[in-house]
Design a binder for this molecule. Structure first.
Ligand SMILES: [Zn+2]
Length: 284
């Protein structure tokens, strides 16, 4: 029995304690969890409210809501603060506009620049012959006869020359070839005889690309033939080679009868430019 009395209180008390303790501990855990969840909800709500609405309160210096400040007396002050912003945007907008405007002019500029390099300076029809650029003694051409007097020119210009003369004759004009191709040897003979001041190789007639043209009726200067050539020669590839206002550049006096072949395209460009051949070829 003694064992039973000893055992009972010891066993009952621990049982009561053991039973109560889990109950109290479980309630505390439940309350603690609820408290933690509540705190999390409150904090989460606060963070949510701050993230979504905190911005309005930060920029509102007067402690008013965005709606109140937008409709209150602070309206003139807000535009003042916003004024610098449009200024910045205006400065940034012209920047993309500026590169766009120069980009458009560059398009027309590019085709203009290539026109200068397009001068075919190395082509046979652009050959420059003058006192500073004489032809060599062994210069030769394929010459063809162009009239009954036996005048010859470079075969490559014969067709255009014939077309020019025919066109003038169709309008009642009467051209006469005075001088055409002259060989280096013939030029040397004339130069040594004092017939010409142009040394061998320095006369454009030595190239076979030039002609002295006159009219059958008399003086060429002031004639209808001269007037017609001044207006139409470039259409057939010829230019007036020694204009009166270019004697200092060409080194030759004014020769109204001397026409030089440079091709139709270049003849039109040279005539339009108002430059003599030396000036035209000197362009970059
Ligand atoms: Zn001549």
């Amino acid at each position: 029995m003694s064992n039973g009395t000893r055992i009972d209180p010891e066993e009952r008390e621990p049982r009561a304690i053991k039973i109560r303790q889990p109950k109290h501990t479980g309630r505390k855990i439940v309350f603690s969890v609820l408290a933690v969840l509540s705190a999390v909800l409150v904090i989460g709500a606060g963070v949510f409210a701050y993230i979504n609405f905190g911005g309005y309160f930060e920029f509102d210096k007067f402690g008013k809501t965005a709606e109140e400040s937008s409709s209150s007396e602070s309206e003139p002050e807000i535009p003042e603060e916003n004024e610098p912003e449009p200024v910045i945007s205006e400065e940034s907008e012209p920047e993309p506009v500026i590169p766009e405007e120069p980009a458009e002019p560059e398009v027309p500029e590019e085709p203009v620049e290539p026109e200068k390099p397009e001068i075919p300076k190395d082509e046979w029809f652009m050959l420059l012959v003058n006192k500073e650029n004489p032809l060599s003694e062994d210069f030769s051409i394929e010459a063809v006869t162009i009239d009954a007097k036996g005048h010859t020119v470079d075969a490559r210009i014969a067709e255009d020359l014939s077309a020019m003369i025919s066109a003038g004759e169709a309008e009642g004009l009467d051209f006469v070839i005075q001088t055409a191709f002259r060989t280096y040897a013939k030029q040397k003979e004339f130069f040594e005889a004092g017939t010409t001041d142009a040394a061998p190789g320095t006369s454009e007639h030595n190239s076979g690309l030039a002609i002295d043209i006159g009219c059958a009726t008399g003086n060429f200067v002031g004639s209808p033939e001269e007037a017609w050539l001044l207006e139409h020669a470039h259409e057939y590839g010829f230019i007036l080679r020694y204009p009166a206002e270019k004697t200092d550049v060409t080194g030759f006096s004014h020769e109204p009868w001397h026409f030089r072949y440079v091709g139709k395209e270049q003849a039109a460009l040279i005539k339009e430019s108002g430059l003599c051949l030396e000036e035209y070829l000197a362009q970059e």
